[in-house]
Design a protein. Structure first.
Length: 323
């Protein structure tokens, strides 16, 4: 490997900048050239390249978002789009790509590598934590803390007004943010797609809470919950408990921004380093991850197709502690 291209793609995540910085500085340390590709795979197709040096990544380790910008590219899903991208890689002399992102990013990387022989390595960057092959994805810890702080603030007003709040958090089809932020904020119930929930169970939880003298409650709902939309959950609850004062808050994209946490900065630094050193060892079509505090490489195929399991203990703990 002589020249590495680095890009961020898909939904941005706090810590992506720390990962870019790590890729750039590790590559330069090993006398490799690095080129930044702006705007994800679209930048590869349109030829938006920036030569990167150690100073081009100064003062970014603490910044949310991504200095390289991100996009979800529909053109890269086409053979023609990928052929254009390959022409630019050849013209630039790029022989390997570090692709920072989630599922969609990795799928694109894998197809591109199989079609054109460019080496690729994935770095998991998404707040959803839904990537197999790493205990945590970059951005997840920061998003959790953002959600937790927001829910804490909502609890203040929920308590003052003796209200029930349904709070929706992100996570696409996964419930990691919901489960963990719910436990951390003492939610009375947590609804996630990985668990079969029913309205009756939810109502039973409210009835028990009433009996125990609770006068305000927080229910954390994962956006991917399949039982009902968060607004529908609130509506149905109002029909069952007409006296209850109910509000809904959708936390939304606030969870994607902000300065990365210490854990995310360190994780991103380790994974950026792992991506470059992996390429130097001849690895391709793998994703760098950290499992049990060890740098590991997982075939991209597995990272995409397998699922991170929800910890069943956490589910049980969340129920017991909501007493
Ligand atoms: O994958 C990150 C994520 O924030 C998901 O949690 C959410 O479902 C989705 O992206 C939102 O996408 P967009 O920013 O395109 O609305």
């Amino acid at each position: 490997v002589k020249k590495i291209g680095v890009l961020t793609s898909g939904g941005d995540a706090p810590g992506m900048n720390a990962a870019i910085r790590s890729v750039v500085r590790t590559a330069i340390y090993h006398d490799l050239e690095v080129v930044g590709i702006r705007g994800g795979y679209n930048g590869l197709i349109e030829g938006h390249f920036t030569k990167m040096g150690p100073r081009s990544v100064s003062n970014i380790i603490n910044l949310g978002g991504t200095i390289l910008k991100s996009a979800r590219s529909s053109e890269f899903r086409t053979k023609e789009g990928r052929a254009k991208a390959f022409e630019h890689c050849q013209a630039q002399g790029i022989d390997a790509l570090v692709c920072i992102g989630g599922d969609g990013t990795f799928t694109g990387a894998q197809i591109f590598s199989e079609e054109h022989g460019v080496k690729v390595i994935g770095v998991p960057g998404t707040i959803d934590n839904d990537i197999f092959g790493t205990d945590n994805t970059i951005g997840y810890d920061t998003a959790l803390n953002t959600a937790m702080e927001a829910i804490d603030k909502i609890r203040d007003t929920a308590t003052s007004h003796s209200r029930i709040f349904f709070i929706e958090v992100m996570g696409r089809d996964a419930g990691f943010i919901a489960l963990n932020s719910g436990i951390a904020t003492g939610a009375i119930d947590i609804l996630i797609p990985e668990h079969n929930d029913s309205m009756e169970e939810l109502f039973t939880t409210f009835r028990k809470a009433q009996k125990r003298g609770k006068n305000s409650s927080i229910v954390v709902v994962a956006e991917g919950e399949t039982l009902a939309s968060t607004y529908e959950l609130a509506k149905k609850t109002k029909v069952e408990f007409p006296e209850a004062d109910i509000r809904v808050t959708i936390l939304g994209h606030i969870q994607r921004g902000g300065a990365p946490s210490c854990a995310d900065r360190v994780l991103a630094s380790r994974l950026g380093f792992g991506a470059v050193t992996g390429l130097m060892k001849g690895l391709t079509n793998v994703m760098a991850g950290i499992r049990s505090n060890q740098l590991v490489y997982t075939p991209i195929e597995d990272a995409i197709s397998k699922n991170n399991e929800i910890n069943q203990d956490l589910l049980q703990i969340s129920e017991i502690l909501a007493l």
